[in-house]
Write a protein of this length. Structure first.
Length: 260
């Protein structure tokens, strides 16, 4: 199996710029709600090429399985935002992706965002607008995904101010059949109250973007090395990499405050 290892979280964290003053805030104390989505074309083609065995065969199953190996190796669990779903484990997951010998890193950079609005819905749009390389036809789905991400984060804030690193991953396939894995993340300050949720976006902030690619040729060369791995379906990946809002008798998913 190809090597999927990581480098130190501290080294990677040094490259993470934030609009917030995080001095003295341990990474393990920063929650990391995560959302995953696949474009319509990706969903369709992944379903058409799905295999019947247990090992990953299609390039889509390959990408999902490789990403899941990186996730589990990092001990990162987006379904557990109050435990293993923190920023420290998330950064380790990104380091494992960077160190993978199977994926190609197409680009990695920081996008500077300046927003004049203090309304949460417009700020969510400004975050989604920073997603470079995604087709306009997917914009509505991306905005919906980021809104769900914010709601999940607020549901875990327990009516106190918390730092929250939002992570959005998008699975896409291009015209040449290459599978693209987009990963965007940015840190915000959030607070839920009895009746509403507030996202304290800065008027200026950074969105970090990393884009990975798996080509048909790359996958054909390494597919046999994954013969002993259990494949991860598209739906399984989306569910494993999506933080669900906290739902119980005492806590409801807060609505976003549009006048924040």
């Amino acid at each position: 199996m190809p090597r999927v290892t990581g480098v130190s979280t501290e080294d990677n964290a040094k490259n993470i710029e934030s609009p917030l003053d995080l001095s003295g805030v341990p990474l393990m104390d920063i929650q990391n709600p995560t959302n995953s989505m696949a474009t319509e074309d990706y969903h369709t083609m992944a379903a058409e090429t799905a295999s019947t065995g247990t090992a990953p065969e299609s390039i889509f199953e390959g990408m999902q399985t490789i990403a899941n190996i990186a996730r589990t190796s990092a001990d990162f669990d987006p379904l557990d935002p109050e435990g293993k779903g923190n920023k420290e484990n998330f950064l380790t997951f990104t380091q494992h992706l960077n160190d993978s010998t199977v994926l190609s890193l197409l680009r990695s950079h920081t996008i500077y965002v300046k927003s004049k609005s203090r309304q949460s819905d417009k700020l969510i749009n400004s975050f989604a607008d920073a997603f470079n390389g995604i087709g306009e036809e997917n914009k509505e789905a991306i905005v919906s995904a980021v809104t769900n991400l914010a709601s999940a984060a607020l549901s875990y804030s327990n009516q106190v101010e918390r730092y929250s690193n939002f992570a959005q991953n998008i699975l896409e396939v291009d015209a040449e059949g290459n599978v693209i894995f987009h990963l965007y993340y940015c840190q915000f300050q959030i607070e839920s109250t009895e009746r509403k949720g507030t996202i304290k976006f800065s008027s200026q902030y950074d969105v970090l973007q990393a884009v990975y690619q798996l080509t048909p040729g790359q996958w054909d060369m390494v597919r046999e090395e994954f013969a002993e791995e259990t494949k991860v379906s598209t739906e399984a990946w989306l569910s494993k990499f999506t933080t669900k809002p906290k739902m119980n008798a005492d806590a409801k998913t807060p609505c976003l405050n549009k006048e924040s």
